[in-house]
Design a protein around this ligand. Structure first.
Ligand code: NAG
Ligand code: NAG
Ligand code: NAG
Ligand code: NAG
Length: 415
């Protein structure tokens, strides 16, 4: 298409004109990001500073996304109308969306399940919707600051993070005791950990980027955020809910253990990071077959979504594990299973669409695979490299090259 090319040049000119100080970063050290490779961020920035046109479209998307967050947030778990049962207003809370009051009992107990039908009561706990905004906005804002040097992005990211995690009046307690509540039946469930594990590493990487000297984010903020995560890690690794979720053998277990590995690395617990990085091999052995299929996820009604979802956790886990010397990209299971095979299994549908997907899928979303294919291509997989030029961009544009780690692009609405 020709028209976007013109507007892309105009957009590029605007972005370059708005850079307060191009080249500001030459002396900056690589961020200690736990998922993204910090050296890749440094390289990309050098490339942008040289005026590399191949990245300008991605930068345009990133800056547009960041701009869209400037007048939103900060958010806090204390904004909900009431505390969860047996919790405080500072506890994160979410309610299972498909459970409804029983029409045949005076008190509505026990709740009954209507699969796929969302109960609006869930809105009494806006924490989940707000957390999705927290994850996405902090990531995009920190990256936008990193590449443009414009402090308006880092100031806003810092305010969002301080409000959610650190300010005494508004801070979240470091636990997920009250996630995915089913009223009458419980005051939270272990599976609710996925509310965080699916995207929380984005906040960790955002903070690692801000830690390289971002205006608005102080050393005291950085230290307080570390402390918060040490406590959160203890809860994730050793609380009954944390232990139960980590022992799940499906995508819940992949995400939970990936998240623990990330937090162990972030809080400098090398031995825990290493143990958990090694555990990733068991998940490859048990979840991926020799032809790259993920049978547990193929059995779902949203099999393309879930195959990509679980793989996103694996690929992030591999990026984290490499930082403690465990190479999961090269790892081969006993039947020859590899992460690249799991990615290649998705390539035909990622490039060809729904007609190339032979499994149940209620709502095929082609771009669900985009970041996973990018991630395998980046690590040298030839099939993925070949596929990259035929990928479908997600809403808001393809920004993979500016944050070289797979994000969960098709967030299915379980809020
Ligand atoms: C709250 O905790 C108490 C004591 O642990 C327990 O007896 C009670 O059932 C809990 N309430 C709810 C709503 O689960
Ligand atoms: C690191 O994690 C291990 C458990 O795997 C724990 O025993 C140890 O206390 C942790 N170390 C620190 C410094 O927190
Ligand atoms: C992949 O391997 C699994 C397990 O061996 C098998 O059930 C499935 O039919 C294979 N799928 C394809 C497309 O070959
Ligand atoms: C993050 O937010 C931006 C701006 O609203 C949006 O374009 C983008 O699709 C979101 N990304 C994800 C992964 O949800």
């Amino acid at each position: 298409m020709r028209v976007p090319y013109i507007s892309f040049l105009l957009l590029t000119a605007n972005i370059v004109a708005s850079l307060p100080n191009p080249g500001h970063s030459n002396s900056r050290k690589a961020p200690d990001t736990v998922v993204i490779d910090g050296y890749r961020l440094v390289d990309i920035q050098a490339q942008l500073n040289r005026g590399d046109l191949s990245l300008k479209a991605s930068l345009g998307h990133l800056v547009a996304q960041a701009d869209s967050w400037l007048n939103q947030g900060p958010w806090t778990v204390t904004s909900k109308a009431k505390a969860p049962p047996n919790g405080t207003i500072h506890d994160y809370a979410s309610q299972a969306p498909y459970w409804w009051p029983n029409p045949n009992t005076p008190d509505g107990c026990p709740y009954i399940q209507k699969d796929g039908v969302r109960n609006p009561e869930v809105d009494n706990y806006p924490d989940k919707i707000n957390s999705i905004k927290l994850f996405n906005s902090t990531y995009v804002l920190a990256l936008a600051w990193y590449y443009t040097g414009n402090p308006k992005y880092s100031y806003h990211a810092a305010e969002i993070i301080r409000t959610w995690f650190l300010d005494t009046k508004t801070a979240m307690n470091p636990n997920l005791d009250h996630a995915q509540i089913i009223p009458c039946a419980n005051t939270g469930r272990s599976i609710g950990i996925i509310d965080f594990s699916q995207d929380y590493t984005e906040v960790i990487d955002a903070v690692a980027i801000l830690n390289t000297g971002a205006p608005g984010w102080s050393k005291a903020d950085a230290a307080a955020f570390q402390e918060w995560n040490k406590r959160f890690l203890l809860w994730l690794a050793y609380s009954p809910f944390g232990v139960k979720e980590s022992s799940a053998t499906n995508n819940h277990g992949t995400f939970a253990n990936m998240q623990i590995t990330a937090l162990a690395l972030f809080t400098c617990n090398h031995s825990l990071a290493l143990t958990k990085a090694e555990l990733a091999k068991e998940f490859i052995n048990n979840q991926v077959t020799s032809n790259g299929s993920q049978p547990q996820e193929l059995a779902r009604t949203r099999s393309f979504h879930y195959s990509n979802f679980d793989l996103t956790a694996h690929l992030r886990w591999a990026l984290i594990a490499r930082k403690v010397g465990v190479d999961l990209f090269k790892y081969k299971g006993p039947q020859g299973q590899t992460l690249f095979k799991a990615v290649n299994f998705l390539v035909p549908a990622a490039t060809g669409g729904a007609s190339d997907w032979a499994y149940p899928e209620l709502q095929f979303t082609q771009y669900a695979a985009t970041d996973n294919i990018h991630a395998a291509a980046q690590e040298g997989d030839l099939t993925a490299k070949e596929a990259v030029k035929n990928l479908t961009p997600p809403p808001g544009g393809d920004i993979f090259l500016l944050r070289q780690a797979p994000q969960q692009l098709d967030n299915i609405n379980t809020t």
